[in-house]
Design a protein around this ligand. Structure first.
Ligand code: 0T9
Length: 423
């Protein structure tokens, strides 16, 4: 088949889309040789900004917790280009990632590249904790600075006439243990545009929220091309003293605006900063991401993503559709066999470094979750703790038909006792 013909059948498969992303039969040139379990690395490609709050000194009369919230907001904005544009840069467009198998893992580390700070080593561990629906859990850990970012994510997608609309589930928790300060971060909805024009790209929608345990509350609103600013990847972020203050935009302590994939500026108060007069907040064009280092494939465990998918990835790189198909089938059949054996033995696949926590225990007066940072931060931000889309508030009527409160959490002991997987 010609590219155009396979593209047409792809568009047709999208038109009859049933919500299961793995069922999309995509032509080879839209396939990425990278598994979704790798995408967790995008959280930490500006590791200096991630760790920055540990190094902040109090300035003038500004509460130090506010200065740290500004730093966390800057780090978060810096992650977006890696998260949502990097395939365009390395592969020439958004591509369909490999759908990770249950138990697939991806690990790596960032060395300390800074000149004047002692950042120490930062590691990433990422694990596919569910296959149906696909859910990836991850932790980014820096022992020297006692800092942990952990989270999980999954998506639910639906097709409209021109775009694939994607809701994210899950959240991230950022803990600065030396500072006794934590942050909850929600994941924005997005859509994939440009499918009919052969060049898919992500556009973010609505908002992300960052809630600090010190009360500070940042709301980041996304707009894209064609909206009022007209520029792609535009955002406006407002930092408030707390959730209640956020009801009136005039209460903003700081306002940041610009393009997260390019430049943004910050100004005090609630007026929109001017790109010519105000201070640069983050310049994505002059702050290149620091990629993590990963062991060579020879040194990897069979569950490690690049090793497990090697043959499929190579087939994608040479664009051999039959080979992609046969290599993929091998892997998928293996997985089916594993599930059958588990069913027969009445056992289940044991997750390596993460565990699903049932937060409904909290409502049933189980005090093991008394000081849980997710519950405390969700309360401050008036966010639901149910399994609703990320960022949905606790009063939304959408919550009524959802009664599970299951969230994936990092189990540090499991990782400390890990003997098979080396970073
Ligand atoms: C978590 C991120 C997520 C994963 C990806 C929607 C998407 C899978 C999920 C949400 C990361 O932290 C951030 C970035 C990009 C998201 C992906 C973009 C995308 O297109 C895929 C979906 C599954 C597809 O591949 C659909 C096919 C597409 C190429 C249409 C032509």
């Amino acid at each position: 088949m010609t590219s155009a013909a396979t593209w047409t059948s792809f568009i047709k498969s999208i038109a009859s889309y049933n919500g299961d992303l793995s069922s999309l039969t995509a032509p080879p040139f839209i396939l990425s040789p990278t598994s979704l379990v790798e995408y967790s690395q995008y959280w930490s490609e500006h590791v200096d900004l991630l760790l920055e709050p540990n190094f902040i000194k109090k300035i003038d009369n500004e509460p130090i917790e506010l200065t740290r919230m500004i730093a966390v907001t800057k780090w978060f904005i810096s992650t977006l280009k890696s998260q949502y544009c990097s395939r365009n840069e390395t592969l020439g467009g958004e591509k369909k990632p490999l759908n990770p198998f249950l138990g697939e893992i991806f690990v790596g580390k960032w060395d300390d590249n800074s000149i004047n700070k002692n950042l120490g080593e930062t590691i990433l561990i990422s694990e596919q904790v569910s296959h149906h629906p696909p859910i990836t859990a991850y932790a980014v850990e820096n022992k020297l600075n006692n800092t942990i970012l952990e989270g999980y994510n999954g998506v639910r997608a639906s097709m409209s006439s021109t775009a694939l609309n994607v809701k994210q589930f899950g959240h991230a928790l950022l803990e600065f243990r030396n500072l006794n300060e934590n942050y909850l971060i929600t994941l924005p909805p997005l859509h994939i545009e440009g499918i009919l024009a052969f060049s898919p790209f992500v556009e973010l929608e609505q908002k992300s929220i960052i809630q600090s345990s010190a009360g500070y509350y940042t709301i980041i609103e996304y707009t894209g091309r064609g909206y009022f600013s007209g520029k792609k990847n535009s955002f406006k972020a407002r930092i408030f003293k707390n959730f209640n203050d956020s009801k009136k935009k005039e209460n903003a302590l700081y306002t940041i605006s610009g393009q997260w994939s390019e430049k943004s500026t910050i100004s005090k108060g609630s007026s929109t900063p001017s790109s010519s007069k105000d201070e640069i907040f983050f310049d994505a064009l002059n702050n290149k991401p620091q990629h993590l280092t990963v062991k060579s494939i020879d040194d990897q465990h069979p569950l490690e993503s690049r090793k497990a998918w090697l043959n499929v990835a190579n087939a994608i790189r040479i664009g051999d559709y039959d080979l992609i198909h046969s290599e993929k089938s091998k892997l998928e059949n293996n997985q089916r066999d594993l599930r059958k054996i588990e069913e027969k033995n009445n056992s289940k696949w044991s997750r390596r470094w993460f565990d699903e926590i049932d937060y409904s225990k909290f409502n049933n007066n189980d005090n093991s979750l008394e000081n849980d940072i997710f519950i405390n931060l969700s309360k401050l931000a008036h966010l639901s703790i149910k399994n609703v889309a990320s960022g949905v508030d606790d009063s939304s009527s959408k919550n009524d038909d959802v009664d599970t409160m299951l969230h994936w959490r990092f189990v540090p002991e499991n990782f400390d006792n890990e003997t098979e997987i080396k970073i």
